[in-house]
Design a protein around this ligand. Structure first.
Ligand code: FE2
Length: 130
C-alpha cells in the first residue's frame, strides 16, 4: 500500500474535492508571487460539522530533483462546532489559502487536500522559472 493508492484525482471543474492551484505559468527567479489554493472553486464543497475540508498542503518538486519541499500548510478548524450542538456554532473557515512563494528553479507545484469523509485528493501545476 502506498499513498498513491488512496489518493484521488479528477478534473476540478467536475469534482468538488480537487485542490485548485492558481499561480502564474512562469515567474522570475527569486521574486515572490502568490499561489492560491482552493477546494470547491467551481462546485462548492459542504462546510458543516459533519462534512468539511480539514486541510490543504502545498509542495514543490524542482525539475530534476528527487525530493519535494513543503511550501505551505493550511488548516481549516472551524466548521460550526458549538456547545449547543453540531452546526450551531458562530464560526466557519472556508477551504482557501494564499501562500507567498519564490523559486529558484522550474518544477511542479503539488497540492493535497483532505476531506474528513472523502479522504485525500491531489492536483499539480507546472511552473517555469526564468
Ligand atoms: Fe467531501
Amino acid at each position: 500500500m502506498k499513498f498513491a493508492d488512496i489518493m484521488q484525482s479528477a478534473d476540478w471543474k467536475a469534482e468538488k474535492h480537487v485542490p485548485v492551484i492558481e499561480a502564474p505559468d512562469s515567474v522570475k527567479a527569486g521574486e515572490f508571487f502568490n499561489v492560491t489554493l482552493t477546494v470547491g472553486k467551481e462546485i462548492p464543497h459542504p462546510n458543516t460539522t459533519e462534512h468539511h475540508i480539514r486541510w490543504i498542503k502545498l509542495l514543490f518538486k524542482p525539475e530534476g530533483d528527487k525530493f519535494a519541499y513543503e511550501l505551505a500548510n493550511f488548516e481549516f478548524t472551524a466548521h460550526g462546532e458549538a456547545v449547543a450542538g453540531a452546526n450551531q456554532g458562530p464560526a466557519y473557515t472556508d477551504s482557501c489559502g494564499v501562500a507567498r512563494v519564490k523559486l529558484n528553479s522550474s518544477g511542479t507545484l503539488l497540492a493535497m487536500s483532505y476531506c474528513n469523509i472523502h479522504g485525500l485528493w491531489e492536483s499539480s501545476k507546472e511552473i517555469k522559472v526564468g
